[in-house]
Ligand binder design. Structure first.
Ligand code: ATP
Ligand code: MG
Length: 579
């Protein structure tokens, strides 16, 4: 991680990153019949924000160049992998809005072919079984400055190697007692070319192939050959695989493909205050630091979905980040910017009071019972005598047609505690003893006549009046500045609202030794809010803008109309602007 990128790439009609430029040239040169990419997750955890970048790139370029993108599970290590992870990864890719070509593929689906190629390499004199211990193998690899030492088994005969590899396959060795290695160059300056291990023994059932195998190909061997088998044209991966490219090319050449795929490397996505490592995210789950992989604070796709982030916003974010070869740290606020932008015209509005302060309207009955005579033409309302409620009809969005709802207005309402200050700071535009009038959103102008304090000097209730002439009209003879939201105390519904901050208080949590020291103690705050009735009847997983508060989603797990639970998606605004 080097420079902090405050200048994310702007969205462009024609995207001109280096990968798309290469592909465009290949398309123009008619080098391939069709562009084929793949997204190759290992099913050993849930996908995270880093994977979103890879997904948007691989599926994105395939779509832009009329090609296809495969989903392939790189499942060569059965110990850490599970069907549950496979199901969630498929679900996440679809949710992001992408479709893979045909069925999902599995590296394990190629185990027979990979085995046959391993045998072919032995017969070509390009691979051998090493019986050194793992420690010896490691030691004999040498170092950056020092050539490796050849294994005493390196020059065994082909027949001997074929027999030993068969013994490996037949389970005649314990784990760690034998491996198959490519025979390349123990003095190569690239450590990955010093006879890398290509098959190892694991007496372990596999989620796809059951007990069929006790030897499994290494990722570095399975990956290029799976790419070649699927006819991948452009194999896009992150920069740390640059040093692996010589072996990638070696393996494909040795088994003899005429049109090999080509690997291109791009920089990983890093975002400040955010972990993008499955292993470290797993620690948070295993230690119950978060409630699960889908905790709304997690940068997993499952977590971000539950948090209320949109697929459109995530795709927009990836476009703005762009694709380069330079490692950088992207400002978290760019992600929030993209999410916020995707919500602006797509979410219904509603009123929710997050920290309720009771307001009693002392002239309510007189004022409201006469509302019909006030000819507020712009306001549609009906008064229900039995419940003494004025039901105000309002659109769900000020300029997008999303239907209407009825908002109940009653003698007792709640406003937010932050909207009344006994000693207001300079420039304060809401209510105080000095400035006692304000517009209540969607209804009358309110004037505070008295505040009631508890023993500690906190305001616990306001008494107020409304101006009967101000329903849908400006007050006569004076200007009233400011608008605040409110909710009926008798008709509003109590709701749990979860407010979020960054999970980590340090900028680069990937670099801390003890993750516990880096946690933000305020990452989750639960508020006892009150919301207008229209908000609680929506299905779980519905997004809203709570007026003046931000964007929120009814929680997909915990929300019901009886016990409403909302998660904060993102605040309404931020001074941050992408360059
Ligand atoms: P992790 O380090 O979290 O375990 P990984 O790279 O091992 O991630 P895989 O499931 O092997 O996870 O990755 C699938 C694909 O996603 C790979 O092509 C990988 O390069 C890409 N990828 C993973 N993390 C990022 C990231 N932060 N930015 C961009 N691409 C990423
Ligand atoms: Mg990996």
């Amino acid at each position: 991680m080097s420079e902090h990128s405050s200048n994310p790439v702007q969205k462009d009609e024609q995207k001109n990153d280096f990968i798309r430029n290469i592909i465009r040239d290949d398309v123009n040169a008619q080098k391939y019949q069709q562009i084929v990419t793949r997204f190759p997750p290992e099913p050993n955890g849930y996908l995270h924000l880093g994977h979103v970048k890879s997904i948007c790139l691989n599926f994105g370029v395939a779509k832009e160049f009329d090609g296809i993108c495969n989903l392939r599970f790189d499942d060569t290590n059965p110990t850490a992998e599970k069907q549950d992870f496979i199901d969630n990864i498929e679900n996440d890719v679809k949710w992001l809005g992408f479709e893979w070509a045909g069925q999902a593929h599995h590296a394990s689906g190629y185990f027979d072919q990979l085995y046959a190629w391993a045998v072919q390499l032995i017969k070509q004199g390009d691979a051998y079984v090493d019986l050194q211990s793992p420690e010896q193998i490691k030691e004999n690899r040498g170092s950056f400055n020092e050539a490796g030492t050849a294994s005493p088994h390196r020059d065994a005969s082909i027949e001997e190697n074929l027999q030993l590899f068969d013994d490996m396959k037949e389970g005649k060795f314990a784990e760690g007692k034998a491996v198959l290695r490519a025979k390349i160059d123990m003095a190569s300056p690239n450590m990955n070319m010093r006879d890398p291990v290509i098959y190892r023994i694991m007496h372990q059932a596999h989620h796809q192939t059951g007990d069929k195998w006790c030897i499994y190909p290494m990722y570095d061997f399975a990956h290029p050959l799976s790419d070649a088998l699927e006819g991948i044209t452009h194999s896009l991966c992150t920069l740390e695989f640059e040093d692996h490219r010589p072996f990638y090319d070696w393996a494909i050449e040795k088994v003899g493909f005429e049109q090999p795929p080509h690997q291109y490397e791009f920089s990983r996505l890093n975002v400040d205050h955010t972990l993008t490592s499955k292993r470290k995210l797993k620690q948070l789950v295993d230690e119950n630091i978060v409630s699960g992989w889908d905790d709304p604070r997690m940068p997993t796709i499952a977590g971000m979905r539950r948090r209320g982030y949109t697929p459109e916003g995530l795709r927009d974010f990836c476009e703005r980040v762009g694709v380069t070869k330079v490692d950088s740290v992207v400002d978290f606020r760019l992600l929030e910017f993209s999410i916020r932008q995707s919500l602006e015209t797509t979410t219904a509005r509603g009123m929710a009071v997050l920290k309720p302060l009771k307001v009693t309207i002392t002239n309510f009955s007189d004022a409201v019972s006469s509302w019909e005579s006030q000819k507020a033409d712009s306001v549609h309302a009906r008064f229900d005598d039995a419940s003494q409620t004025l039901w105000l009809t309002q659109p769900n969005h000020p300029n997008v047609d999303m239907g209407e709802r009825e908002i109940p207005f009653t003698k007792t309402i709640y406003i937010d505690q932050g909207d009344y200050e006994i000693e207001p700071p300079a420039g304060y535009k809401r209510l105080s003893p000095e400035k006692n009038e304000i517009r209540l959103r969607n209804t009358y102008v309110l004037a505070v006549t008295e505040h009631i304090l508890d023993d500690n000097g906190n305001v616990v209730e306001l008494k107020a009046t409304i101006d009967p002439a101000t329903l849908g009209n400006n007050p006569e003879g004076r200007k009233v500045k400011g608008v605040i939201h409110w909710v009926s105390a008798s008709q509003g519904v109590p709701a749990t609202v979860r407010m979020y901050e960054q999970l980590f208080s340090v900028e680069d949590p990937s670099n801390v030794v003890d993750v516990h020291q880096a946690l933000n103690p305020n990452s989750l705050t639960e508020l006892n809010a009150v919301v207008e009735p229209s908000l609680v009847n929506a299905d779980a997983g519905t997004r809203f803008q709570f007026e003046r508060e931000g964007y929120f989603i009814s929680d997909s797990e915990d929300h019901s109309s009886d016990k409403p639970v909302f998660n904060q998606i993102v605040s309404l605004r931020d001074s941050y602007k992408p360059a």
